[in-house]
Design a protein around this ligand. Structure first.
Ligand code: SAM
Length: 284
């Protein structure tokens, strides 16, 4: 654990240095956004925080299609985006959800949430953002709440659709388990959840043996594996059977077969990560 704390400190130091460099470049980024009519995008350092810069816009558009085509999201529905970052999905959903619908985004990164509140909630009143001070060694090492026991401050059955895009891939097993329980609690009876994972199973293992996985989950044991020995939260994968058991324990199930991703080397992968469409199991 001490080594993990050291690694977390190092990662955060590197991230802070990267942030400073990106802040220095932000006037150029702003100019380029003005010239390209993209001033509604978050600043450079916030976009980089959630992933590669070149795919910020395309990844949002890609998942917007999944929400509509796979999860059948309707304009009057209520969406909860857990780990929403700097509003990548909100920027798309604001043009789709109508005034009867609504959106709540929650994240542990205070600066991203502040930007979303200032730029998005002020113009789209049915879009709300909440900073949750939950601890994650890679993203928020000083957070005061523990994800394995965190209860989101919303009533049961509040949402039609819950999204976790590239969030379970940064969490530990007890944390994933608790969040799945929260998802089951927060979903309405016909609600759906779109969540991405890196799933470990036989086909993926075979592809790994052929050197086709683009990430090497070589550390850890039991239900999960991770890429970086001293920073599990940087990229974590789960045994598919563990995820299925945890879903069942919380009254959730796959609504459709898993859409496996390209990370594992599958040539027909839908997205990069594995995409799961979940629903609540209704009692007969
Ligand atoms: C790879 S980014 C993805 C962000 C966003 N979903 C997207 O696709 O642009 C992972 C996000 O999860 C957030 N995160 C990590 N652990 C979390 C937790 N326990 N609860 C909520 N958000 C978390 C991070 O702050 C970060 O914004």
């Amino acid at each position: 654990m001490a080594q993990n704390m050291k690694a977390a400190r190092l990662i955060n130091l590197l991230r802070s240095s990267r942030n400073l460099a990106l802040l220095a470049l932000s006037p150029f980024d702003y100019l380029s956004r003005v010239l390209n009519d993209k001033t509604d995008l978050p600043p450079l350092h916030l976009r980089r925080y959630v992933g590669p810069l070149q795919s910020f816009e395309s990844s949002g558009a890609e998942f917007m299609s999944y929400l509509r085509l796979i999860a059948d999201l309707q304009p009057e529905e209520r969406v909860f985006d857990i780990g929403c970052g700097c509003g990548q999905m909100a920027l798309h959903l604001k043009d789709y959800l109508n005034e009867k619908g609504g959106y709540v985004g929650a994240d542990i990164h205070r600066a991203s949430i502040k930007w979303c509140q200032k730029k998005l909630s002020s113009r789209w009143r049915n879009f709300q953002f909440a900073h949750i001070d939950v601890r994650n060694l890679a993203y928020n090492p000083r957070g005061i709440h523990h994800a394995e026991a965190y209860r989101f401050p919303y009533e049961d059955h509040s949402f039609d659709l819950i999204l976790l895009k590239s969030v379970f891939t940064h969490m530990r097993p007890p944390e994933v388990d608790n969040y799945l329980g929260e998802i089951a609690r927060l979903l309405k009876s016909k609600g759906r959840c779109v969540a991405t994972f890196f799933l470990l199973n036989e086909e993926q293992a075979m592809l790994a043996r052929d050197g086709r996985n683009s990430l090497r989950f070589e550390h850890g044991e039991g239900a999960w594996r991770y890429v970086h020995e001293h920073s599990p939260e940087s990229a974590a994968a789960y045994d598919e059977s563990y995820v299925m058991e945890s879903l069942a324990q919380h009254g959730l199930a796959l609504k459709e077969p898993i859409y496996y991703g390209r990370w594992s080397g599958r040539s027909n992968g839908l997205s990069y990560q594995d995409v799961l469409l979940l629903e609540k199991i209704t009692q007969a």
